[in-house]
Design a binder for this molecule. Structure first.
Ligand code: ADP
Length: 547
């Protein structure tokens, strides 16, 4: 659904007349220049992953024109970001910072409050500021993608790895502050950050961690990217999944290049799922497993071939289990129900001994089979896993979007204890609700020692209003049903932020009150990303902004 003529004019920020917006934009243009500000009045184009819009959510779950910005700004420096923030305070216009704005499945570049001004940091602030080969660290600006960081490191010839998510086009910094994940031992992106520079909602500038201590002769502190804390409370966390500041620089730890061996284990029965989870827990707790492995349902094997759903099944109802079986029988994996993708790290001898332990644990499940990438055809998905799990960014994961025409996706991603009983509960709940709302179930489970992220992937046709309605209904019901079991999402699309935030309601919403106290103290005018992660500034609360 590309380039449909606009139904309405520029979406105005709340309580702002066209005249006020015009005056504000004129004032902003004066110090950012003509190229620094753009009004969002052209037809909206969804584009595709590599040419994504900064005007709206390319994967819209509601009307494409609902959550749009009024204008986009392109700062070139931290001081320009500070100036934009001061300008927003002066005109009480909400701003919505994005790094690169891909964020697919979670809202893309769309602001939560329609008519906000998007601050597109990535276009002009896209430098790798530092790569330290000795300490294996780097510092980046918001516009540095995984591809770019990877290339810059390659140019240095240093034996360093980055950690990339499934798709490599996103912002390293943006993904980390949204607490995204990847698949090497450095897969927890926020945990592997070190040092931030943040523009606060009043326009002032803060450095966290050792960056707070000036280096010799006014230089940056030499341990800014080495030690995560400063003296006093650890505050970095409050700038992740929040609206308390705009991050303009961020340091990261890089992984020294390592030997690695990916592998795949298949399991024949649907009902093997709880037992697989039980086997993973001790292996992950003892850190025998080298990364956060993925367990996928066999239907994903069909989807990642990049073939449309109709290759196997043309019915409007759910993809039948028998058809999955018939389909995978023809693939190299054969007649299986679950597929486990793991990777081990280290030298050859230690990888060999780790694999012996892993094999003997999993192969206790009757009918399970172990494969190395060399045993699978060159077009099999495992080769893309090998890249991702050794820090090489890829785009392969986009292939399963061929499943439906105009496909977009939403993730439902609850945190669940790593145990067989909880595995059964969550899987049954998700599958039952997918059936009720008429969607195929695409489970990918990222299993760690103490908890697992159950990622249910709702693939819907953006051009079909009824499918969008059902996708929303499914999300809402899964969020509330899972919360009753004690399972909450680690991240969600901005449309469901309020509902998810509300599930974290222990002690009458103590967490929410704490967040609101910080928000009101830092951002009294409520200009920075109102509503992000369900945190509303005072001026918006109780005015029916919550969805
Ligand atoms: P991606 O990393 O996929 O390109 P985004 O740039 O859209 O993703 O970042 C994801 C979300 O994180 C944004 O919608 C925004 O709310 C927030 N965000 C991104 N970059 C910053 C930043 N530098 N400062 C504050 N918030 C940010």
């Amino acid at each position: 659904p590309d380039s449909v003529p606009r139904k309405s004019n520029v979406k105005l920020p709340p309580n702002t007349s066209q005249e006020t917006l015009d005056a504000a934009i004129t004032a902003l243009t004066k110090f950012l220049g003509k190229d620094g500000v753009e009004i969002n009045n052209k037809p909206l184009v969804d584009g595709w992953y590599m040419e994504h819009p900064n005007t709206h959510d390319a994967y819209h779950v509601i009307d494409q024109e609902e959550m749009v910005c009024s204008a986009i700004t392109y700062p070139s420096s931290t001081s320009e970001v500070q100036a934009i923030v001061k300008w927003a305070n002066e005109y009480t216009i909400p701003i919505w910072p994005i790094s690169m704005g891909r964020n697919i499945g979670y809202g893309g570049a769309a602001p939560r409050v329609p008519g906000s001004v998007v601050v597109d940091l990535g276009r002009n602030m896209n430098k790798v500021l530092k790569i330290d080969g000795g300490n294996a660290t780097c510092m980046v600006e918001p516009g540095v993608s995984y591809f770019k960081l990877y290339e810059e490191i390659q140019k240095t010839g240093l034996p360093l790895w980055i950690d990339t998510p499934d798709l490599g086009g996103g912002s390293v910094l943006g993904n980390a502050i949204d607490r995204g994940v990847g698949y090497t031992p450095y897969g927890d992106h926020f945990a592997n950050r070190c040092g931030m520079e943040v523009v606060l909602p009043d326009g002032s500038l803060l450095r966290t961690g050792m960056g707070a201590l000036p280096g010799k002769n006014g230089e940056d502190n030499p341990t800014w990217e080495s030690f995560q804390h400063a003296y006093g409370p650890s505050i970095d966390g409050i700038f992740s999944q929040s609206n308390f500041g705009i991050v303009t620089k961020m340091g990261f730890w890089l992984m020294p290049a390592s030997g690695h061996q990916s592998y795949m284990i298949t399991f024949p029965r649907e009902d093997d799922f709880p037992q697989i989870v039980e086997i993973i827990r001790p292996l992950a707790l003892k850190r025998v497993l080298g990364n956060i492995p993925q367990l996928r349902h066999a239907i994903q094997e069909l989807a990642v071939t990049g073939q449309p759903r109709t290759t196997w099944y043309n019915g409007p109802d759910r993809f039948p289990r028998e058809v999955v079986r018939e389909g995978v029988k023809k693939l190299p994996v054969g007649d299986v129900s679950w597929v486990f993708y793991g990777t081990q790290y280290g030298d050859e001898a230690s990888i060999f001994s780790q694999l012996e332990i892993i094999k003997s644990a999993f192969l206790s499940i009757p009918g399970s089979k172990f494969y190395l990438p060399s045993e699978l055809p060159s077009d099999h998905y495992i080769h893309s896993r090998v890249s991702v799990c050794s820090g090489v960014p890829v785009l392969k994961e986009l292939d399963w979007l061929n499943w439906k025409p105009n496909a977009a996706h939403l993730f439902f991603s609850p945190i669940v204890p790593t145990s067989s009983s909880h595995a059964k509960i969550i899987h049954t709940l998700i599958d039952r609700l997918h059936e009720k709302w008429g969607f195929d179930t695409f489970p990918t489970i990222c299993v760690a020692g103490r908890e697992m992220h159950y990622i249910a992937n709702i693939v819907y046709n953006r051009a079909n209003e009824d499918e969008k309605r059902r996708a929303r209904g499914l999300m809402r019901e899964m969020i509330s049903e899972a919360a009753k079991e004690g399972f909450g999402e680690y991240r969600t699309h901005l449309l469901f932020a309020d509902q998810v935030a509300k599930t974290y309601g222990w002690n009458g919403g103590a967490l929410r009150r704490f967040n609101e106290t910080i928000k009101d103290a830092l951002d009294p005018k409520g200009i920075l990303a109102p509503g992000r992660n369900g945190i509303w500034p005072k001026s918006y609360r109780g005015k029916r902004w919550e969805l």
